[in-house]
Ligand binder design. Structure first.
Ligand SMILES: [Zn+2]
Length: 151
């Protein structure tokens, strides 16, 4: 039986998400659900959770306002490196590091929050930062694991 993890209050999350975009989500766009295949369609990989009808791939969201938000277009992007007058020292032994800034706007905050909140519900969450295969969607599955897998 899948465990419900962490403290997650769906109504509170719904209100926060509506405040981010000014309109509630009325539809999820699912680009894959049940498909009889191995992971990444590779003969060398184990059976995908999609083959067990235990996974969804969500690529976008439609708001009541009619606006369409896709994971591909709205996932936070790293900004180009900025010249820093006063670089930030991030480690005591690693020296100086370039600051990596994520470009955030309400849509990017929304998709990032959806991803992060999904990690509290699903056993596996893979998004654009997991790998190239997930650049345009969130893979969500309920495979039982010792600990949740969230990337
Ligand atoms: Zn998937």
């Amino acid at each position: 039986m899948p465990r419900h993890k962490r403290n997650c209050h769906p109504c509170q999350n719904k209100i926060l998400l509506k405040e981010l975009l000014g309109s509630p989500v009325i539809k999820l766009e699912n680009i894959s659900s049940y498909v009889c295949r191995n992971r990444y369609d590779s003969p060398n990989q184990p059976l995908s959770e999609h083959a067990l009808a235990n996974a969804l791939d969500v690529s976008g969201f439609v708001l009541a306002s009619g606006e369409h938000i896709t994971v591909l277009d709205s996932w936070p992007k790293a900004s180009p490196p900025l010249p820093l007058q006063n670089p930030i020292r991030v480690t005591s032994i690693g020296g100086w590091a370039e600051a990596i800034l994520l470009v955030m706007n309400p849509k990017s905050e929304f998709v990032k929050k959806i991803h992060d909140d999904a990690c509290g519900t699903f056993e596996t969450v893979l998004g654009p930062e997991a790998n190239e295969a997930h650049k345009n969607h969130f893979h969500l599955d309920m495979k039982e694991r010792r600990s949740a897998f969230c990337q």
